[in-house]
Design a binder for this molecule. Structure first.
Ligand SMILES: Nc1ncnc2c1ncn2[C@@H]1O[C@H](COP(=O)(O)OP(=O)(O)OP(=O)(O)O)[C@@H](O)[C@H]1O
Length: 439
């Protein structure tokens, strides 16, 4: 009987060890040996904090908590330092150990190695990256698929989308997938320059074209030869410039200022606008003929508020990126911080989210980004949204879970992924908040 208990103990996939009332290890299973890198022989009789060395041993010991509250502890997240000094994320459970007369004789702790889960999350977002763009939103996936089909041709591409939705990133993806990928990618922000300057920027000038023109200056069309020119904010250009642009787009020819002969460009053209060109045509601010010319393939990038399921993916992606850049070992966000990101409306879209994570990276000295590391603007707006109806963070979290469950038709696995928590944590929270039947 004792042998079969021992076999069962050793066959459990979770690490398990028991301690006596002096915190000395009294048993240590095979999985515990594997996860900690310490053999059972070495572990037996040692203080548990020396063998099972986590960041919460001193402050938040799971067994002590179970002993003090007389309640089992579930899924406490921690980081363990293995015998080879590597750190891995683990989830702990602890409960009191009693003898056959019910007397307390110590504690038992079980733990799971979550590094494969973190790796799984990383590989999950890696499977959702297309040319540095992360998304699992259906509309975005359709855009990626159409882009691959049309990138080979030389057709003009129009990209519409609010600020920070990834227009320039998508334009680069068109370029990188086209036969001209080895040529230059030349962006021009048409909204940032006055009309006179933009003409010389786009088409260049010859020496003597005006007083300060001491020598020839190539325009961006010339620089984009054999590559791609990206005309951002095309909706902002004047009517006069629209006429000149139409000509270039029709037959590839243009005249640099002061030139006697026209020049030709073979650059692939991608244009973008944060406003709907359709509307601008209706308002007579944009020429219809130019609109027809640029509206061959149109991609409309959705706002982040309409694809909130991308937030956890993007967060993982940015954490990975800033982690590599700064060498900081931040593993993720606390549930409250993630709930706040899910509640916010992101008027600046993905750029704003990227900056929020960068901001948090600068401030965060712990392993998880918490609410206090997020930008004030974000927290102020969330608080203002709840000002008339004061709520605690728990309410915010409950709401975030409910909304995510509704968005995902009650599917727990997808919801847990969206919220960046594991399925068991989600189940526990659903029960804790009493929202089983509310979806
Ligand atoms: N899907 C995405 N995945 C990862 N990063 C993204 C994604 N979309 C945008 N970004 C990042 O967000 C930032 C803003 O993107 P980008 O400059 O392409 O947006 P935009 O729509 O051109 O903005 P604007 O209209 O203000 O010029 C960039 O740093 C970009 O790398």
């Amino acid at each position: 009987m004792e042998q079969s208990c021992h076999d069962i103990f050793d066959s459990i996939e979770e690490g398990v060890f028991t301690v006596d009332l002096n915190w000395r290890i009294t048993s240590f299973n095979r999985a515990a040996e594997k996860i900690t890198g310490v053999s059972g022989k070495e572990a037996m009789g040692q203080p548990c904090g020396q063998v099972f060395n986590t960041n919460i041993c001193q402050s938040d010991c799971a067994i002590r908590k179970a002993l003090e509250t007389n309640q089992p502890v579930f899924n406490l997240p921690a980081y363990m330092t293995r015998s080879d000094s590597t750190r891995i994320p683990v989830a702990l459970n602890a409960t009191i150990l009693r003898d056959h007369k019910g007397r307390m004789i110590g504690g038992v702790e079980t733990f799971r190695d979550l590094s494969s889960l973190s790796k799984l999350r990383k590989s999950f977002y890696r499977h959702h990256v297309f040319e540095n763009m992360v998304s699992k939103d259906q509309k975005m996936l359709e855009i990626f698929s159409t882009l691959k089909q049309i990138a080979d041709s030389d057709c003009i591409v129009l990209i519409e989308g609010a600020t920070g939705t990834g227009k320039e990133l998508l334009a680069k993806a068109v370029h990188n997938n086209s036969p001209k990928k080895n040529g230059p990618f030349v962006p021009v922000n048409c909204g940032a320059l006055p009309d006179t300057l933009i003409e010389s920027e786009l088409f260049g000038y010859k020496a003597g074209a005006f007083t300060d023109a001491k020598s020839d200056k190539p325009g961006r069309f010339e620089r984009a030869q054999n590559g791609t020119i990206f005309l951002d904010e095309i909706g902002d250009i004047s009517h006069a410039l629209q006429v000149r642009l139409l000509r270039v787009l029709e037959d590839g020819s243009y005249e640099p200022l002061g030139a006697v002969q026209s020049a030709r460009t073979n650059a692939r053209v991608v244009v973008a606008s944060h406003r709907s060109l359709d509307k601008l045509v209706e308002e007579r601010k944009f020429r219809e003929d130019l609109y027809f010319r640029v509206n061959v393939i149109k991609f409309s990038l959705p706002k982040l508020v309409n694809r909130k399921e991308d937030i956890p993916l993007l967060v993982d992606y940015f954490i990975d990126r800033f982690g590599q850049k700064t060498k900081k070992k931040i593993m993720g966000l606390t549930h409250e911080a993630m709930a706040a990101l899910m509640l916010y409306d992101w008027p600046g879209n993905i750029r704003e989210l990227e900056h929020a994570i960068e901001h948090a990276f600068l401030l965060c000295k712990e392993e998880r980004i918490g609410l206090r590391h997020l930008p004030d603007k974000l927290l102020t707006e969330i608080n203002a949204a709840f000002a008339n109806n004061p709520r605690t963070l728990k309410d915010i979290e409950k709401n975030a879970i409910l909304n995510a469950l509704r968005r995902n038709n009650g599917k727990k696995l997808v919801t847990a992924r969206e919220l960046g928590i594991n399925k068991n944590t989600l189940r526990r929270k659903i029960v804790g908040y009493g929202i089983e039947g509310s979806v």
